[in-house]
Design a protein around this ligand. Structure first.
Ligand code: NAD
Ligand code: TYD
Length: 360
């Protein structure tokens, strides 16, 4: 297997949850990556430069360059390709929250579809006929495949069946990426991953939202009957998988990434309550009593589960962090980082909570 040499990475959405964990991995001591990272991020509510403050202090202007800007801006994107001689794109930037896509789908279409198109066009123009040594890696989700019943798993060949504005916009971006490969021979790889959890996740998603609600004595809102199932992967395992694919994945291929770790929401919440109670000394019964069943999400997908045997067999990736370890690390991180939490709990965050939960 020939390994790609990546020198100048354009990482989009690197100030978000998974992007910042990916950048942290590549710039961690002893990591084989020796090039530069250009992080293009519009700093929406979900982007937070504080998540990379130590990276900025250590590598800023040398191996790490933060650019505050929008992937929908073709002039800026084209400038970055030229100015930094980009050979690899790692495309995380997206509107990423299903509930927000239900309350306001437009940004999902413009960022996830038009933004991806803008990046693909810039890559096609800049790399032109000479795409040797280049790669456009697109980060996507298992949600493009729709909802599973009790049986079965999503694989790279599952039919697309998106059911929320979020997953539909991600599906559209996946199709564009593959179309640029087939039509223009753009070197691409694409990954579809299951639910991530870990440090730096914005507390609109299930696990950090529940941790913060427990710590502040708020109700713990469970949608519907709480029996929806998600397949959870620790974010650092996702970052390792992405690097593995970027280095050695076959051009034009999709790779499914998953935790092989399915949990019903309610069972997961019970486990998390016990963990938070043990770590903080908070009363477990009081936390359990805070569980509140609220109105279900419209079109709520029942079950996601990934078969990631292709990635394991072809590229030798595997999960390194068990759910028990990962959840413990996650709770520890949120307990140890009150400044980070205060930083994102802006007026916008409170407005979101009011908007999403008041009507449920
Ligand atoms: P996130 O919402 O935490 O971060 C998204 C980042 O993109 C933010 O920093 C935001 O400022 C930036 N951004 C948004 N719009 C932008 C624009 N127009 N221009 C430039 N930057 C913009 O998301 P995440 O959870 O880190 O997800 C990253 C990627 O992984 C997304 O593409 C998502 O679809 C995918 N994914 C996420 C999960 C998950 O569980 N979180 C699972 C599978 C796939
Ligand atoms: P989420 O973290 O939003 O991820 P996704 O919808 O992309 O899978 O939600 C995970 C699961 O948790 C999903 O079944 C919806 C449910 N959920 C709740 O029950 N309550 C909540 O407050 C949130 C945010 C999610």
């Amino acid at each position: 297997m020939t390994m790609r040499t990546c020198k100048n990475l354009l990482v989009t959405g690197g100030a978000g949850f998974i992007g910042c964990n990916f950048i942290r991995l590549l710039l961690s001591p002893g990591h084989e990556f020796s090039g530069r990272i250009i992080n293009l991020d519009a700093l929406t509510y979900a982007g937070n430069p504080a998540s990379l403050a130590d990276i900025e202090a250590r590598y800023g202007g040398n191996r790490y360059f933060f650019v505050s800007g929008d992937i929908r801006n073709p002039d800026l994107v084209q400038f970055l390709f030229k100015n930094y001689a980009i050979d690899t794109v790692v495309h995380f930037a997206a509107e990423s929250h299903v509930d927000r896509s239900i309350l306001g789908p437009e940004a999902f279409i413009t960022t996830n579809v038009l933004g991806t198109f803008t990046l693909l066009e810039a890559a096609r123009q800049y790399w032109g006929g000479d795409s040797a040594g280049t790669l456009f890696h697109h980060i996507s989700t298992d949600e493009v495949y729709g909802s599973l019943g009790k049986q079965g798993y999503f694989t790279e060949t599952s039919p697309y069946d998106p059911r929320s504005p979020y997953s539909a916009s991600k599906a559209a971006s996946d199709h564009l990426v593959m179309a640029y490969h087939h039509t223009y021979a753009l070197p691409v790889t694409l990954s579809n991953c299951s639910n991530n959890y870990g440090p730096y996740q914005f507390p609109e998603k299930l696990i950090p939202l529940m941790i913060l609600h427990m710590l502040s004595g708020k109700p713990l809102p469970v949608y519907g009957d709480g029996k929806n199932i998600r397949d959870w992967l620790y974010v650092e395992d996702h970052a390792h998988a992405l690097w593995t694919i970027i280095k050695g994945g076959r051009t034009g291929e999709k790779y499914a990434i998953g935790g092989e770790n399915e949990w019903e929401n309610l069972t997961l919440l019970t486990t998390l309550i016990d963990l938070v109670s043990r770590k903080t000394g908070m009363d477990g019964d009081t936390l359990h009593a805070a569980i509140t069943f609220v109105k279900d999400r419209p079109g709520h997908d029942r079950r996601y589960a990934i078969d990631c045997s292709k990635l394991k067999a072809e590229l030798g990736w595997k999960q390194l962090v068990t759910f028990e370890e990962g959840l413990a690390k996650t709770v520890d991180w949120y307990l140890a980082n009150p400044e980070w939490i205060q930083g994102i709990q802006s007026g916008e965050y409170q407005q979101w909570l009011n908007k999403n939960y008041d009507t449920r």
